[in-house]
Design a binder for this molecule. Structure first.
Ligand SMILES: Nc1ncnc2c1ncn2[C@@H]1O[C@H](COP(=O)(O)OP(=O)(O)OP(=O)(O)O)[C@@H](O)[C@H]1O
Ligand SMILES: [Mg+2]
Length: 410
């Protein structure tokens, strides 16, 4: 029987908010609606201004609703920020019934025991992802239900985030009378969009370098082992250009995209770029080499920090498939070459994979990796943290917001 449903991915990024409506037919995704708005309420991946964030989300959602001709009721929403941490843990239960056949209830029990961890203060669990089950010592099992055994173990990857950061994001979405199917770690979402299963099996690092954050994740044996978010990304490069070339921020952003490169050596001494001056109408000529000399050290700092995280976590030598870059900043000229020379590993740019139809020419950009990944998550996830939030149980404040918005959205 043909299985069809609609799911919505909502990526609330530092520079942009994207709402993506997908028609999911037998596991393939057809993108039928896209809404995009500038984001002003976030810093380094975290909501700092609820009102402005709501306004951006509303704009993106309305645009997507109009294009897809659907009403968006629930979303899969991405979360990032340096408050995110991840822990690996395991749990064990014994099966004492005479038949010793493992039931879904045993699986729930064992996953529950694996959650007995000391959470960082003021934080809550966002994901509880079983990596593998072990039945009477036999490991590598993905679904133990129906097998026989006396001892069931599980290895889980637990992702936690700061309660306030999670709640602020939730409030922004619910204020628009939209329910949350699930909060999804952005690096996890991006990985579902751009990594191949072969890469995940072999061992790979994914970096989603956006505007405000660089999201790092490590995969091995098909599963996520490590995730971390660092608060440096494309906006820092733009700010450096603003200062270094004495030019307005919009101009710095434009020059970065059109003439910027991460490879100083690839630029000739006499190459020039035209840039606007601050507060004046005239343009001046700046050296492209100088521009590259502003960008390269920032990229070097950013990638070094990110690779150090991978090293500190003990995965530096366990990722033979190398590094995959995605997010808007992965479009920076020369970034892949720079990384592969510096760390002597294979580096590729993450492209949206097969299995996605509709609006392909638009959503193929790495800028949409997270939102496409949120739709993939809606299809494939094996997460134990179900967060179907009941909107009616919201706080008084969010109820007021809801009322207000229902009034205006009709
Ligand atoms: N061609 C390009 N060259 C260099 N940088 C680019 C290019 N295109 C986009 N960017 C940069 O990508 C960044 C935005 O990326 P993205 O849309 O992935 O971020 P975001 O999801 O809004 O932010 P975050 O994930 O950090 O919260 C901006 O800093 C932008 O300048
Ligand atoms: Mg992003």
């Amino acid at each position: 029987m043909r299985k069809e449903r609609v799911a919505v991915g909502l990526d609330v990024g530092t520079t942009k908010v994207v709402a993506l409506v997908g028609n999911i037919v037998d596991g393939t995704i057809e993108v039928i609606g896209l809404g995009k708005a500038e984001s002003h309420g976030l810093e380094k991946g975290v909501v700092v201004d609820i009102g402005r964030t709501i306004a951006s989300i509303r704009k993106a959602v309305e645009e997507a609703e109009n294009m897809a001709d659907v009403r968006i009721n629930t979303v899969y929403v991405g979360i990032a920020g340096k408050h995110i941490t991840s822990i690996n843990n395991s749990g064990t239960v014994s099966i004492n019934r005479p038949d010793r056949i493992i039931t879904p209830d045993d699986v729930r029990r064992v996953v529950e025991t694996a959650q007995a961890i000391q959470l960082p203060p003021e934080s809550e669990m966002i994901h509880i992802i079983p990596r593998q089950y072990i039945v009477d010592g036999q490991d590598g099992i993905t679904d133990p239900v129906g097998m026989t055994g006396t001892r069931l173990e599980v290895d889980v990857h637990i992702v936690t985030g700061a309660i306030t950061a999670v709640h602020n994001l939730v409030r922004c979405v619910e204020a628009l009378d939209i329910g949350i199917e699930q909060i999804v770690l952005e690096p996890l979402a991006s990985s579902m969009a751009v990594l191949s299963s072969a890469e995940k099996e072999l061992g790979v690092v994914l970096m989603d370098i956006g505007g405000g954050t660089t999201d790092i994740s490590v995969f091995r044996g098909g599963d996520i082992w490590f995730s971390k978010v660092i608060p440096i990304a494309g906006e820092h490069i733009t700010n450096d250009i603003t200062v270094g070339l004495q030019t307005p921020i919009e101009e710095a952003e434009l020059i970065k995209k059109t003439a910027g490169t991460a490879l100083v050596d690839s630029v000739g001494e006499d190459e020039k770029v035209e840039v606007a001056t601050i507060g004046g109408d005239e343009k001046k000529l700046a050296s492209r080499k100088k521009l590259a000399k502003i960008i390269e050290p920032r990229i070097e700092e950013l990638l070094d920090l990110a690779m150090q995280e991978v090293e500190d976590a003990g995965y530096r030598d366990l990722v033979p498939a190398g590094l995959v870059l995605t997010g808007g900043t992965s479009l920076l000229n020369g970034i892949a070459e720079f990384a592969s020379q510096r760390y002597d590993i294979p580096v590729r740019l993450g492209k949206i994979p097969r299995g996605i139809h509709g609006l392909r020419d638009i959503v193929e950009s790495p800028i949409y990796a997270t939102s496409i990944g949120l739709l993939r998550y809606a299809v494939d996830a094996k997460d134990f943290k179900k967060r179907r939030l009941d909107r009616r149980k919201g706080s008084l404040m969010s109820k007021l917001f809801t009322w207000f918005n229902r009034f205006f959205r009709g």
